[in-house]
Design a protein around this ligand. Sequence first.
Ligand code: PL4
Length: 434
Amino acid sequence: MRKSNYSEKFSITRFSPDPFLVIEYLLMARINTNYDKLSAGYLFPEIARRTNAFLEVNKGTQVLRLGIGDTTEPIASAVLDGLHQGVKNLGNAETYSGYGPSEGVLPLRQGLADLYGEHGVKLDPSEFFVSDGAKSDSANIQGIFSEDCVIAVQDPAYPVYVDSNVIAGRTGEATDSGYEGLVYMPCTEENGFFPELPSGKVDVIYICSPNNPTGAVATKEQLKKFVDYANAHKAVILFDSAYASFITDPELPRSIYEIDGAETCAIEMNSFSKTAGFTGVRLAWTIVPKTLMTEDSEAGKVHALWTRRQNTFFNGASNIVQAGGIAALSAKGREQTNAQVGFYLENARIINDGLKSLGITTYGGGNAPYVWLKTPGGLTSWEFFDKLLNECHVVGTPGSGFGPAGEGFFRLSAFGHRENVEKAVESIKDNLKI
Ligand code: PL4
């Protein structure tokens, strides 16, 4: 019997005299067992599960949700006009469009390049890849790197960075201190929630600033150290700046490309989700500079790989939504969306002030939509979750869900209607027993 390369992989196909048995084995599907390594249920559905369990027992209770970072305010009128225009265009033969370029329409990519230009960052529109989310991009981007790359993550971190690498097989098993084989860079009170450089050589480094969950924003000096490390070690930084529009301090960088040298070592992801209220609409972008290099590739290669990846797996963001994105970048759109960002930052101030008045230690919130609090009385993060839910009917996010160094901390999201945020803060002030 002639054996294909495929059948060489399975000893049964080589030695079995029964051709049907061969076929049976060749058709047998096997799962990606890396999924079995994932420590527990995904954080946010787990919070929803526990909240629903509470509501089952306490029927009719009004639960105040400061858990998930999800926008609540209606989309600004200028942006809405853009979305409407996108719909109208589809109803007219002259303006109708079908599949577009997988990397996004040029006016949107140009608008994004212009936005960066305002901060002195020169990028070509062709270096922008428009997508349906920073979450999917930050999960997918690892796929263009070698399987044996050593990955470093801030600890705590948005779970997607870790989980996508676990699924891709770059880690060992989960332990109490995290996944084997993954380099955790602790972000603690002592280091102002920005990590030290890794002590050994790592290949891919995830940095999120403004940070989810701690609300800390990296300074130019802090980022410069990482950029120099990455260039020296031919490592790549994956920089998630999904909350950049929440930075009000002009000294703080909104993009890693404000740092000299980042164009050869960093990929940046950002999103319209939190800026324009697009969490349900879905629109984001990833920047892969043509100057980026790795240990085994010259300038242009990583850009080409991501282009190839997107062309193969993705058919572009919705044309209606891209019209909304273009409107969000207009002068009017930016004025209105900035006002919304300001609204959420005011929520963060209200939460911060309320907690501080109780003597609770808090961080973040000033240039980010998250308040990161130290659990009172040395409670674990999940113990505090239960306490806050039971005593105050407020839902937040346990810090330990973001990584081992998040234990003993808790995240409150500043996204919410003002009335609900105020009610939540009042309830904490009135009912939390500390
Ligand atoms: C809940 C650092 C939220 N179901 O909307 P996207 O995909 O463009 O951006 C997602 C995203 C990207 N990067 C960072 C983020 O914090 C987020 C959104 N995070 C949160 O509460 O932490 C929403 C989470 C969503 C999820 O599972 O991601």
